[in-house]
Write a protein that binds this ligand. Structure first.
Ligand code: CU
Length: 156
C-alpha cells in the first residue's frame, strides 16, 4: 500500500473487518451489535471459533505495516461490529471471557483491562495516532483478540 502524504508525513490506514450477520448477532448479543448486511450467522461464528481458535473474516488488514516516526496510523472500522485497536506489549486475551476461551487466549492483555469509552470504535468509526517512537508495535482488538496487526516504525 502506498502511503498518502500529509504534509511532511505519511498516513497509513489499517482496516478492521468482520462479517457479522445482523439478525443472528443482534438476537444473540443485543440490538445494534451488528449493523452490516448479511454475513456469518452467530452460531456459525461460534462454531468456526471453536474449531479454528479464530474466525478469518474478523481481521485487521493489512496485518503488517511499516511507517516512520511522525507518520500517522489510522485504524478504520469497515465491519459491522464495534472493535478496538489497542496497542499491547504482548498479544493476549481481551474483555469477553467466552471469546478468550474459544480462541485459546486466556492470558488477558493488561491493556485490554484499562479501556476507555473512546477506545471502542463503532462500525464506520476510526481512530488515529501519530507514531512517536521507533520499534515494532502490536495492536489487537480487545473484543476479538485474534484480530492483530504489527506496525514497524522506522526513522526517516
Ligand atoms: Cu473486534
Amino acid at each position: 500500500m502506498t502511503p498518502v502524504t500529509v504534509g511532511a508525513h505519511a498516513q497509513r490506514a489499517i482496516s478492521m473487518l468482520d462479517a457479522c450477520d445482523p439478525d443472528s448477532f443482534n438476537a444473540a448479543l443485543g440490538p445494534g451489535t451488528c449493523v452490516r448486511k448479511g454475513g456469518v450467522l452467530f452460531d456459525d461464528f461460534i462454531d468456526l471459533l471453536r474449531r479454528h481458535q479464530s474466525v478469518g473474516a474478523w481481521h485487521f488488514t493489512p496485518p503488517q505495516a511499516s511507517l516512520n516516526v511522525g507518520d500517522q496510523l489510522l485504524a478504520v472500522n469497515r465491519g459491522g461490529e464495534t472493535h478496538t485497536f489497542t496497542e499491547v506489549e504482548e498479544f493476549g486475551g481481551g474483555i469477553v471471557p467466552m471469546l478468550n476461551q474459544l480462541s485459546g487466549l486466556t492470558t488477558v492483555a493488561p491493556e485490554c483491562t484499562q479501556l476507555k469509552p473512546a477506545d471502542f470504535i463503532p462500525a464506520g468509526g476510526s481512530s488515529s495516532q501519530t507514531e512517536g517512537e521507533q520499534g515494532v508495535e502490536k495492536y489487537q482488538c480487545c473484543i476479538h483478540p485474534w484480530m492483530r496487526a504489527e506496525v514497524r516504525v522506522g526513522k526517516h
